[in-house]
Write a protein that binds this ligand. Sequence first.
Ligand SMILES: *Cc1c(COP(=O)(O)O)cnc(C)c1O
Length: 399
Amino acid sequence: MRELASLAFESNDRDEGAPADPRSPHPKVLPDLPAPAPSAAWPPADAEIFEALQRAWQDGSWGRYEGPHGDALASALRDMFRVRHVLLCCSGTIAVELALRALKVGPGDEVLLAGYDFPGNFRAIEAVGALPVLLDLDPQNWNLDPDQLEQACSPRTRAVIVSHLHGGLVPMDRVRTWAEQRGLSIVEDACQASGARIEGRPAGGWGHAGVISFGGSKLLTAGRGGAVLLEEDASYQRAKVWANRGNQAYPLSELQAAVLLPQLRRLEERTHQRAAAAARFWRRLQGVPGVRPLRNRVRDGLAAYYKLGMQLVPEELCGAEREVLLERTRPLGLPLEAGFRGFALRSRRARACGPLTQARLAAARMLVLHHPLLLAGDAAVDRAASLLAEALRSLARST
Ligand SMILES: *Cc1c(COP(=O)(O)O)cnc(C)c1O
């Protein structure tokens, strides 16, 4: 047990594996620098990112409002997501609000949203003056359930926000068909799902507006940042006008764009690595009581794991709820945490559609494992799985 407990998972220690001394007067002598340390830390210490930083220093773009890096990033994202327009901005949170504005959602409108989601999405709906309408989740994967959409609708419904959370994927073909019949707009939040595919199409590219995040812990990171992906010229114009009012109110910098470009090139490879690691993790947990994977029901899907979500099943753990398990796993250094807290389901600030049974369960019982572990190699994944298995088995034995 002591040996297991001594397993140190890398933290987000920023100095670890830092590829260069930023004060060096000659940063271009890359070959003389130590290679980035292989580690589970995030952000990744890729040599290509260091080179991009050097180039931004050399060409002075790091200090400009606009330039070649932002243009190249927008163009690469258009290709990757197969969308017509990309508006770069300062965060995924703002990108959701811009998406709603782009789709002309405003006061008096209702926007459908899963009863368990990123809290900022609820607030983005409020920020544009609309009312959130909460609907329940698919019991299999604790993500938005397309079967709930129809009954959540009212004559005021204008749009739906669909997030792919914790490795879960929502069947977007069904959402899209339904929304088109109804004449409603879709905002697809792929902030946790960069690199994921649904029916062969990139997650984020299905909606009338898609949203991605470049926040400091995300799968593509520039510390901060985001983008809105848009289909129609008019929506793109509206989003741009709002984002540029006054001065540019929500910019992404050239320096941020510069470090994102090389990450895009490695995304596909890393998405597959993380998916393989997630599958390996679950194979190691087979037959262990108390947790279940999120099961996706999409054809030709590839999940992206910003977090690896798990459904806790207290019935198999002598009734032990999430906090009891986390108390045991925290000292082990496992990167395991509770999911989102969930919304106040009976508040006046929202309309709830039905009892939201699964959303309540998800808020109380979702567990998430943070993604850097999934690139840390088989041994680290196996050790994490056995630490968790040990903790779960001991809870199942206790009375
Ligand atoms: C992180 C996240 C966001 C917001 O992104 P930021 O860039 O951190 O503002 C939105 N939605 C989901 C599902 C997220 O996980």
